[in-house]
Each structure stands twice: as C-alpha cells, then as structure tokens.
Design a protein around this ligand. Structure first.
Ligand code: ZN
Length: 156
C-alpha cells in the first residue's frame, strides 16, 4: 500500500520556490539532487543562490550519491515538529547526515529504533512522495561501504 501523501496525513508541506523546486521534483522521481558549485565542486545544501564554500553563483543541480553517515540526531518521543500527523510514527528520529558527496543535510531516519541509532551510522536515502509534485528523501541504515571522495579540482 502506498504511503499517504502528506496532506492526507496532516503533515506540513514545504513551501516550494523556484530555487528549491529541482530538489523536490527529483525526490518525487526517486533521485537526490543538490546544487554543485562549478568553481570549487562543493555540493550545497540547502539550496541557495551562492556556493557556501567560495561564494560563486555558478551552481548546477547535480545528482548526489544517496549515501552518508549520521552526524547528529534527535529523537522526538511525544511530538514531532508540532504536527499530529507524525504521531503514528513516534518516536521520530531526525538526523543531520553527512553525505558522501560532502553536503550535510537533515532528514528523518526510519527502519531503525531510537536505541539503535548511532552517530557515525551509515545510512542511505530513499524517497517518499509527499504531494503530487514533491517527494522527500528519508534515510535508513545501510551496509554499503563509504565511497572514496573525489578530489577537489585545482582552483586557479
Ligand atoms: Zn564553490
């Protein structure tokens, strides 16, 4: 059975703007895309008009590997984001994930108990439709080994 879309589940929907739309659309299609700086190769999250590393505005939406490790986490046991829609999922595990491609993003971790959740845990993204036009990446434990990080290009 397909998961309920967020509106039916009484969960808040994101305010989608021209700047963020590619992220939501890709997630709806089962892909993780992030803005990648064409000058210094940094992946940016969340979407913004300039690179967080070098300030360049040459950002291109690029496929990012949907793997990373838990950097930090919190566990909501009684309420999640002040929305009743999450009550059936309590406890809700919210994490900061350091992606293999370098960006740090936040997301919900599922398929894992609060007791088993660990900093440094390897996770992989999967995608859930939340509306007709958007999906959201969520994370679950992964056994895939970390990929070596590509070297940064030489800056002039
Ligand atoms: Zn840059």
């Amino acid at each position: 059975m397909a998961a309920k879309l967020y509106k039916e589940a009484h969960k808040p929907l994101p305010d989608i703007t021209d700047m963020t739309r590619p992220f939501w659309t890709a997630a709806k299609n089962g892909k993780l895309v992030l803005q990648k700086c064409q000058r210094c190769a940094t992946f940016n999250f969340h979407p913004k008009p300039w690179c967080i590393e070098c300030g360049s505005r040459e950002l291109v939406w690029t496929d990012a590997r949907p793997f990373g490790v838990v950097y930090s986490h919190t566990v909501s046991r009684t309420v999640a984001m002040n929305h009743k829609g999450w009550e059936p999922e309590l406890p809700v595990l919210m994490c900061l994930v350091d992606l293999d491609d370098g960006a740090r993003m936040y997301g919900q971790v599922t398929h894992c108990s609060a007791e088993d959740l660990r900093i440094g845990m390897r996770v992989e993204a999967y995608f859930e439709a939340i509306s007709e036009e958007a999906g959201i990446p969520k994370f679950r434990p992964s056994t895939q080994a970390p990929a070596p990080r590509a070297p940064l290009p030489h800056l002039p």
